[in-house]
Design a protein around this ligand. Structure first.
Ligand SMILES: [Zn+2]
Length: 121
């Protein structure tokens, strides 16, 4: 017979083969731990998105600017994270962090837009 152990404390499990925890306490602790870990992941991503948005906002005081991509990189903008992707009829792609978005004009330049302005245009 296969030896199984509690997912939380690693004690040997006896009884039903679908049992995963030795006690209700272990089950609760395990679930709490998992919840805390997913909260941490969510918080980390939120932090990145928030910083991205702040960077875009700071570099875009007038509502629409064209800047060099390196300005974003210097400020540790994280290009991997965004909240939505908007494609125009012309095939342009705007990457948004909440209400602030950007679009690649070429390899070095991006155009930053506020969501409101962009939606109307
Ligand atoms: Zn246990």
């Amino acid at each position: 017979m296969e030896k199984r152990s509690c997912l939380f404390c690693n004690d040997d499990l006896k009884g039903r083969s679908d049992k995963r925890f030795c006690t209700d306490q272990c089950r609760a602790s395990y679930n709490n731990q998992n919840r805390a870990e997913s909260e941490k992941v969510i918080q980390q991503v939120n932090q990145v998105l928030r910083r991205n948005r702040t960077i875009l906002k700071t570099l875009n005081p007038a509502g629409m600017s064209v800047i060099r991509k390196e300005f974003l990189e210097e400020r540790h903008f994280n290009f991997k994270y965004f909240t939505s992707l908007f494609k125009t009829k012309e095939g342009n792609e705007y990457w948004f962090c909440y209400d602030m978005g950007y679009m690649y004009l070429d390899e070095d330049k991006v155009r930053i837009v506020g969501h409101q302005k962009y939606m109307k245009g």
